[in-house]
Design a protein around this ligand. Sequence first.
Ligand SMILES: NC(=O)c1ccc[n+]([C@@H]2O[C@H](COP(=O)([O-])OP(=O)(O)OC[C@H]3O[C@@H](n4cnc5c(N)ncnc54)[C@H](O)[C@@H]3O)[C@@H](O)[C@H]2O)c1
Length: 246
Amino acid sequence: MKSIIVTGGAAGIGAAICARFAAGGFRVGVLDMSREGAEKTAALLPGAMALQADVTDRASVEAAFAAFGDTPDVLINNAGIATFGPLLDQEPAAFARVTQVNLIGTYTCAWIAAKGMVARGSGIIINMTSINAVTPGPGSGAYPATKAGVGKLTEQMAIEWGEHGLRVNCIAPGFIDGGMSAPFYADAKVRALRGGAVPTGRLGTVEDIAEAAWFLASDNASYISGHQLVVDGAVCHSLLRALPRE
Ligand SMILES: NC(=O)c1ccc[n+]([C@@H]2O[C@H](COP(=O)([O-])OP(=O)(O)OC[C@H]3O[C@@H](n4cnc5c(N)ncnc54)[C@H](O)[C@@H]3O)[C@@H](O)[C@H]2O)c1
């Protein structure tokens, strides 16, 4: 039986990924800083295990991997946070915390998993970025810079670890109706405006992202590494579409 650890697996996109891989027959490790959240999500999935850890705390991540047992076949670095507001209001300490979770936390978990994966000669790592890694959004603080950093880190890991049998990719979700954006899209006006701005005509779902993760982890993607898969209904390419024409 193949296995996977999903960081930030308790809620939102992470929980949907856990459900997708459990349905696909994987043994799932739901890693989250929220013990209660991880336990709730794991309880819904056959054979899943709750792993309480903070991705900024190396010892807690190592303990979680040890509790899971074997090095997982797949690691999904999904845990992420954002602090919103103008850059001038973002204290450097807040900027540092977002960097710690999104960028250094991703590196920490990947580094711990890769040691076992390299020794085994196989492994798949998928890092969660954002369309903010491609195009920054106003009022997003450190978030775009950290996600762009994760994108470059993904390429670095892909070129260094490919010869050891690892594939490393990232997924850049667009406007997702769930997870950290759920409060935002609770407003019907925002939903209509944002959904209408997407060429495919709707907001994305957490399941859209889980399916992308399932594909990248599959043998169908065996020649894909160092890639950022943007899953956004083409909204990133919509600048000219949004401009008025004669
Ligand atoms: N929802 C969106 O609109 C959207 C869009 C683009 C990218 N993303 C990215 O997708 C990922 C998941 O986002 P989401 O919307 O599901 O968020 P969410 O807030 O619903 O879930 C994030 C989970 O990560 C956990 N977490 C946070 N900090 C942690 C830490 N230090 N250690 C361990 N766990 C931690 C939280 O407890 C939570 O369960 C993030 O990396 C986010 O940046 C989300």
